[in-house]
Design a protein around this ligand. Structure first.
Ligand SMILES: *Cc1c(COP(=O)(O)O)cnc(C)c1O
Length: 397
């Protein structure tokens, strides 16, 4: 078989092997605590489901406009105005099959051979591979836990070149759960304007914030930065709608048009009934969010406290998303029954096999010192899983 060159550039997800192992263990009857999940453990709110059922009953089951039904685009425009103080026109909005698809459309519309795309690490696993799939080069910026994993202007300047096409910003972040304050965003915006590159701002976790944190969209910092920013958002995380496949972008007209053309030749419109449900998600009651958030918040506090109380583990308190990202590197080199664990993958494998806890090694996110634990699982599981991790770590000598 002679596959396209680009298929060789991307690697299979390092998390897949772990997932396969966890599933195999479960299938063999072992009770595995799953801290690997990347989606809310809540069901989609009832009123959103009802809107989808109504759409089905009404026969709303045909192709729609590629870029989204006008009603939904209007609801998205309202959302940007209300939440972010941003004003967009309909031809600056594109509705896609999940925020991941939105990001992919952007990559196809903007990147090509010779382009460099700045990605701060730890990063969401998908970013570098989408850059590679479009023949461009991911340029990783390593950040520091001491600085809450924020990209400082110094770090950014070091990596900017004449080939820099874009910077991918993810705040609040998956995997760290940390987020940018206004000052940090202003510094990035300034450099983007000065060096003429785009900002791709993945704001999928904007609603999942704690301790009174105020999310700011970098696009809202001024007209100049808005003109070079494509904001990515969606309902997967905020409305527990991962399976519905709905995401959207807001950005300059010319880029939106190019992305729409690409989508028109690939997936066409998002599922018609999902679009109707999404109108309800955006316009209907938002009460569900508070319920979900207060539950996440309890687990977050508990998890971070427990992790920091474990010998040799440090964990920054996340202000967003539903992940904890502890530094576990003090365990590297220690042994269990004579076998050493030397990196995050080996430690994660050990925690799965000996501790019966599934989680994701930091290497998947471009930083090997860490592991990612999702608290999108019941408090009971959170407690059980942390007990197991503590015991297993204690058995490493
Ligand atoms: C979950 C996630 C997405 C995409 O989710 P979709 O289901 O495709 O909308 C995008 N970015 C980050 C950082 C995520 O964690």
């Amino acid at each position: 078989m002679r596959l396209a060159e680009r298929t060789k550039a991307i690697k299979p997800s390092p998390t897949l092997a772990m997932n396969a192992k966890a599933s195999a263990l479960k299938a063999s009857g072992v009770d595995v605590t799953n801290f690997g999940v990347g989606e809310p453990d809540f069901d989609t709110p009832e009123h959103i489901k009802e809107a989808a059922i109504k759409a089905l009953r009404d026969g709303f089951t045909k192709y729609t406009a590629v870029d989204g039904i006008p009603e939904l685009k209007t609801a998205i425009i309202e959302k940007f105005k209300k939440d972010n103080g941003l004003h967009y026109e309909k031809d600056e909005i594109l509705v896609s099959c999940g925020a991941k698809h939105s990001l992919y459309n952007i990559a196809e519309a903007l990147f090509g051979p010779g382009d460099e795309v700045l990605i701060p690490a730890p990063y969401w696993v998908t970013y570098p591979d989408q850059v590679l799939l479009n023949d461009a080069t991911p340029v990783i910026i390593e950040t520091d836990e001491k600085n809450s994993f924020v990209v400082t202007p110094e770090l950014l300047r070091e990596k900017i070149s004449s080939r820099t096409k874009a910077f991918i910003l993810n705040s609040p972040s998956n995997p760290t759960g940390l987020a940018y304050e206004k000052k940090g965003l202003e510094e990035i915006a300034k450099l983007a304007i000065e060096h003429d590159f785009y900002i791709i701002s993945d704001e999928i976790y904007e609603k999942l914030v704690y301790d009174g944190f105020k999310h700011i969209s970098i696009a809202s910092l001024g007209e100049e930065v808005k003109q070079r920013t494509i904001v990515v958002n969606g309902l997967s995380k905020s409305h527990a709608m991962t399976g519905w496949r709905i995401g959207f972008t807001a950005g300059p007209k010319d880029i939106t048009k190019a992305m729409t053309n690409i989508q028109s030749q690939s997936t066409s419109n998002v599922t018609s009934i999902t679009q109707k449900a999404s109108v309800e998600a955006l316009r209907g009651s938002q009460d569900f969010l508070q319920t979900m958030l207060s539950e996440f918040d309890k687990r977050r506090k508990y998890m971070v406290e427990r992790l920091n109380a474990m010998k040799g583990v440090t964990c920054k308190t996340p202000v967003g998303a539903f992940y904890a990202f502890p530094n576990v590197s003090s365990y590297f080199g220690k042994k269990f029954n004579g076998t050493p664990v030397n990196n995050s993958l080996e430690l994660s494998t050990y925690l799965l096999e000996q501790g019966k806890v599934a989680l994701v090694p930091g290497s998947a996110f471009g930083d090997d010192k860490y592991i990612r634990l999702s608290y999108a699982t019941s408090m009971e599981n959170v407690k059980k899983g942390l007990d197991r991790i503590e015991d297993a770590l204690g058995n490493l000598k």
